[in-house]
Design a protein around this ligand. Structure first.
Ligand code: PLP
Length: 388
């Protein structure tokens, strides 16, 4: 039998959300008006000045040819300037910044660049599924470490067995965190860094949500830590900050050896981001940031509406200090998948079961705040009538 998928494809765990997708489809066919908190994708449009830059760039013939795989120098310079302004981090745009076709592209290709067969990666549980799946694609090993609500969803590094820590090659972190909404302070990152130094680990930091925050102090970058560039590759994305998930642009930044390794993989896979999208990204990062403050205000209102309603309903949760996710404890002994199905079928409310992010997510459901306030009010009204 030769007409079949490769083993690595066959080994991909069954898509846990397929069942929910089916129930959603069936409900919609019955005419049910669903309020969908399931999608981690901003519902708001990209700000107009960014769209204008795309239009101007699209007209330039130089962008109609293959773009340089690593991104134009002005684009990488704009990302370096953003890091200098926002985090006080100095980066060499030539050797320490790589343009990506969305940060997921880089995160997913990274194991090809840095992970050998049998290398062990420490991956949070729960987590964005890409880290573990793509590590397994290259026959890397995965050890999941817990993020517990009782520890503010910070890594339980002491819970990692000594022989596992000694054998590990890299650790993935993602703060502000999807799906938990957990935030790490610079002190928290310093504790992770001490662990990484002790075990000589590569640190892969996913910073997709750095600008989606609700506290006075904005979340830090791992690269702010002294000497972080010795071991860290960080992924920054324009997707969530500027409502640009459809545009596909992000960056890998930090350790030049790791950035170069990823760049080498990319030269064999793609030809870089469309030049006009790069120009739009420069406009986004270098332009007026009022749109980002407005985005935060909108999510804050949504967060407060939903958090208050879930609390009135007796659900236990932390109001997220960052990200657009509310990670709520499922009441009673019901599993996260069963609770999700009940919410969908009895209240027309769609959430994501925590189990979809790993065993550590069991007992929780994730609400994405990609729903306008008036629809959240509708969901709240339905929740009031929902029997837990
Ligand atoms: C949304 C998200 C990203 C960003 O993906 P892009 O490919 O840049 O759109 C990365 N990591 C996590 C955890 C995310 O939730």
């Amino acid at each position: 039998m030769k007409i079949e998928a490769a083993e690595r494809v066959q080994k991909i765990p069954p898509y846990i959300f397929a069942h929910i997708d089916k129930l959603k489809r069936e409900a919609r066919e019955r005419g049910v008006d669903l309020v969908d908190f399931g999608i981690g994708d901003p519902d708001l449009p990209t700000p107009p000045h960014i769209i204008e830059a795309l239009g101007a760039g699209a007209a330039r013939p130089e962008h109609h040819r293959y773009p340089a795989y690593e991104g134009s120098l002005p684009t990488r310079q704009a990302a370096a300037d953003f890091y200098a302004r926002r985090f006080g981090v100095a980066l060499d745009p030539k050797s320490e910044v790589l343009t990506l076709i969305g940060s997921k592209e880089g995160i997913a290709h990274l194991p090809l660049a840095i992970t050998n067969r049998g290398d062990l990666a420490l991956v949070p549980d729960p987590a964005y599924p890409v880290y573990a799946t793509t590590t397994r694609f290259v026959d890397g090993e995965v050890y999941r470490f817990r993020l517990d609500a009782d520890h503010e969803f910070l890594p339980d590094l002491d819970g990692i067995p000594a022989e596992v820590a000694a054998r590990a090659k890299l650790i993935y972190i993602n703060y502000p965190n999807n799906p938990t909404g957990g935030v790490a302070t610079l002190d928290d990152l310093a504790r992770i860094d001490a662990f990484a130094r002790r075990h000589d680990l590569i640190v892969v930091s996913d910073l997709a949500y750095s600008e989606m925050y609700f506290e006075e102090a904005p979340p830090p970058s791992y690269l702010q830590l002294p000497g972080a560039k010795e071991r860290c590759i960080e992924f920054y994305s324009l997707s969530k900050t500027y409502n640009m998930t459809g545009w596909r642009i992000g960056f890998a930044l930090g350790n030049p050896t790791l950035v170069a390794a990823l760049g080498k993989i990319k030269t064999n896979f793609d030809s870089g981001v469309f030049g006009a999208v790069q120009e739009a990204a420069v406009a986004a990062m270098s332009g007026d940031q009022t749109c980002v403050a407005q985005m935060r205000a909108i999510y804050r209102e949504r967060r407060d509406l939903l958090v208050a309603a879930l609390r009135r309903k007796g659900l236990s949760l932390r109001a997220p200090k960052a990200t657009f996710y509310v990670f709520a404890k499922v009441p009673g002994a019901i599993g996260s998948m069963d609770f999700t199905v009940r919410l969908l079928q009895e209240a027309g409310i769609v959430v994501t079961p925590g189990i979809g992010f790993g065993d550590g997510g069991e007992g929780f459901v994730r609400f994405a705040l990609s729903v306008p306030a008036e629809r959240i009010r509708e969901a709240v009204a339905r929740l009031e009538k929902f029997a837990l």
